[in-house]
Design a protein around this ligand. Structure first.
Ligand code: CTP
Ligand code: CA
Ligand code: CA
Length: 719
């Protein structure tokens, strides 16, 4: 970024003497673009705020512990958050609680809250770390604090001039442009007049002061000899004002809730995020435009968001460096070896360009509750007891999302079951025409587990995870055409439940309901009889209770259910502006093996086993064929048009993708003692010849969390 020193400029109409009037580098147009949060103006001001040692602070605040005492949050034998006094002893997330106590005997260890098997509510249990077999971690207390903090931040900003995006459980982005614009015009009324010659491309007058008061903020150096002596321009003034706002917001959070946080203030999200992690705890860093080049040059590019994962690793391997400064030497053509779009994106990113917007509208899309069992569980009853906890966990979060008021509600429920490297999943729609309750969810969940059990080989089970997804704004309980259509679709999907596995394993081949399942016909071995019968009874009861609805509605038929067009979407160039880039490869069966395709063609349709192992098949019929015949919708995630009739299934596919990331997030939160197991990729059994199991077969890797915000933990930590 070149220095914004004043220079001489004017309208072509101006006379020579006017031409020598010093001007700002910025135009009236760029100034006015602030009002509308335009990502194009170089004056834009974005802040990122991240809570210091968040879970640890939640515990010091909750327990009213002196924050200068070393404290860590424990999960089983591992540590998941360490406060700054404890970090002074060299403690990090990688040590066990025993090792931590050795290094710092006065360390306060607080275990996370847990759900105890059979309990209706999570609690802080004594010696919870001993109960990994019967308890499940709850992050609810931290989610609740997160919500309070978000509310406090929003209340600290003017109601009509705020744009706040929750970026994870402990961070937010704020676009302060509009608020800064207002303050700027109050302080410098001369900016409020019309531009000379009414020409918005005219340059602004120079800043009337040569010294700005940055208070105690950490100012990133410009790296240029005369960087600090050059007079400020309006971009610096905007950043000073933004910095005052952030200081005030942070003070409010501290005063009202007792939490310290760190802030980054810059011209875009990427740099602001790097800024908040630059000086911690309880500080804020301003990266002036004149300092961007120097700031980024010193960085490892793997710290930049989207470059923390595979893409960053790939770039490191390709160019033999992880330093921005060295990557800057690579011409665009070289960077394009990573792909045209990716290369261009990377080229701009390391030069400090990021036009992504702060998005306040992003809401929770799915919720997940999961548990890895150590030891594995072995019966339907045991599984059902865990489902009770998952449902209570998820439902309480649904209530906070406003399901009781029908503000928002989920559309689908999914159950994933893992046995070794093999994952099975079942999905069903959530009936929309009646109020959502814990009982309704529990019944659906139990039914999904029963399906898996009846299909055989469910035990021992190493992991169960239940999720709800497809959140939509609530539909009122009307009986109009919309309601009918939803119910018809639901009924159809209900009847075809066994084939609507969200694992992406649903073959599109025709299926006759009457064919049934070969395995259920013969039945499982007698030692499993009791378990099997219990599951069958649940299925039967569920079918009875839904029969009426089904009969009222569209009768399911042999209609082909098409699969999400994974190959088509994969073929699209991916811009690394979303998580897709990393997620596609290891998502639920994103590829189809030749053997899987062979199986799909076979009629009649396969047993459950095939469904469990077959990756999502490619749509056999080219899109263009049915485009002519039927209505389509546009999936902005895949960037393609699809038949409208495929919409719900396609949405489910995205839910499944989200779920795969969430599962990994959940596993990241359960660091010990099986981390070694989880980190070892388990290849799908080739002998089955049925492609990769859903979730890529290992369930490890970086992932996205349930709440939208946690998703962005993948940006990578700055510490
Ligand atoms: N977290 C986690 N597992 C991870 C990363 C984060 O459980 N792999 C949790 C941590 O417990 C943390 C919270 O998510 O408290 C926020 O993470 P982050 O901001 O990365 O770290 P902090 O603990 O808040 O520390 P810092 O002060 O460095 O931000
Ligand atoms: Ca943090
Ligand atoms: Ca964070």
């Amino acid at each position: 970024m070149s220095s914004p020193a004043p220079f001489f400029a004017s309208s072509p109409l101006s006379i020579t003497s006017q031409r020598r009037t010093p001007k700002s580098r910025f135009t009236y147009k760029q100034l006015h673009q602030l009002k509308s949060y335009s990502p194009q103006t170089p004056l834009r001001v974005i802040a990122h705020v991240d809570l210091d040692a968040f879970y640890a602070q939640c515990e010091t605040v909750r327990l009213n512990i002196d924050p200068s005492k070393p404290l860590a949050v424990q999960q089983w034998q591992g540590l998941i958050a360490i406060n700054y006094p404890a970090r002074a002893y060299g403690l990090s997330r990688h040590v066990t609680s025993t090792e931590a106590l050795k290094a710092c005997p006065e360390l306060i260890l607080q275990h996370v809250a847990t759900w105890k098997e059979g309990d209706e509510k999570w609690a802080y249990h004594e010696e919870a770390f001993k109960h990994i077999a019967t308890h499940k971690v709850s992050l609810d207390p931290y989610r609740m604090e997160s919500r309070k903090i978000l509310k406090c931040i929003k209340e600290s900003l003017p109601e009509k001039e705020q744009r706040v995006e929750k970026a994870s459980i402990d961070e937010v982005f704020m676009d302060l442009s509009a608020q800064v614009y207002t303050i700027l015009l109050e302080r410098y009324p001369e900016l409020g007049g019309p531009p000379p010659y009414d020409d918005p491309s005219e340059y602004l007058p120079i800043v009337p002061t040569t010294v700005l008061d940055w208070k105690a903020d950490a100012l990133v150096e410009t790296g240029e000899e005369d960087g600090e002596v050059k007079d400020p321009d309006w971009d610096d003034v905007c950043l000073v004002i933004a910095s005052e706002i952030v200081r005030d917001v942070r003070a409010q959070v501290k005063e009202q809730l007792g939490y310290t946080c760190s802030g980054g203030i810059a011209k875009n999200k990427m740099i602001a995020k790097l800024g908040s992690g630059y000086k911690k705890p309880n500080q804020q860093t301003v990266i002036r435009n004149r300092a961007v080049k120097h700031f980024l040059g010193e960085m490892k590019f793997t710290k930049i968001r989207m470059l923390g994962g595979k893409l960053g690793d790939e770039a490191v391997a390709m160019f033999g460096t992880d330093k921005v400064r060295e990557l800057l030497e690579q011409p665009l053509e070289q960077l394009k070896r990573l792909g045209d779009d990716t290369g261009s994106w990377l080229y701009n990113t390391i030069r400090g360009e990021d036009h992504s917007e702060v998005n306040p509208g992003t809401q929770i899309k799915s919720m997940l509750s999961a548990k890895s069992f150590r030891p594995a569980i072995n019966s339907f009853d045991q599984g059902v007891r865990w489902l009770r906890i998952f449902v209570a966990d998820i439902f309480s979060r649904c209530v906070e999302e406003g399901v009781l008021e029908n503000k928002r509600r989920p559309k689908t429920i999914n159950l994933h079951h893992r046995q070794g490297a093999q994952t099975k999943s079942r999905q069903s729609p959530i009936p929309q025409g009646k109020p959502l309750s814990e009982v309704v969810l529990f019944d659906l969940a139990k039914n999904l587990l029963a399906q898996i059990v009846v299909d055989g080989r469910a035990w021992p089970c190493a992991n169960l995870s239940l999720s709800v997804g497809g959140f939509e704004d609530g539909i009122t309980n009307n009986k109009g055409i919309g309601g009918f259509l939803v119910r018809g679709e639901e009924a159809k999907a209900m009847m075809s439940n066994n084939r609507s596995s969200i694992s992406g394993s649903e073959p599109p081949a025709k299926r006759r309901r009457t064919k049934g399942n070969i395995k259920s016909f013969f039945g499982p071995p007698s030692k499993e009889r009791k378990d099997f019968d219990a599951a069958r009874a649940v299925l039967k009861a569920h079918q009875e209770s839904t029969r009426e609805e089904e009969d009222d509605n569209e009768e399911p038929d042999d209609e082909e259910f098409s699969a999400p067009p994974l190959e088509e979407s994969k073929a699209k160039p991916m811009t690394p502006t979303t998580n897709r880039h990393e997620s596609m490869d290891d998502s639920f069966g994103a590829r189809t093996s030749p053997s899987a395709q062979l199986q799909i063609k076979a009629e009649p349709l396969p047993t459950q086993e095939l469904r469990d192992h077959t990756p999502h098949p490619i749509k056999q019929q080219p899109y263009q064929l049915y485009q002519k015949k039927i209505d389509t919708f546009f999936c902005d995630k895949c960037n393609i048009h699809l038949p409208i009739t495929d919409r719900s299934e396609h949405d489910d596919y995205h839910v499944a993708l989200d779920l795969s990331r969430e599962m990994r997030q959940e596993e990241r939160n359960q660091p010990l003692p099986t981390s070694a197991v989880k980190k070892t990729p388990v290849a799908p059994k080739p002998s089955r010849g049925r492609g990769r199991p859903p979730g890529g077969g290992n369930g490890s890797g970086s992932g996205r969390a349930v709440e939208k915000g946690q998703a962005k933990l993948v940006f990578g930590r700055q510490s």
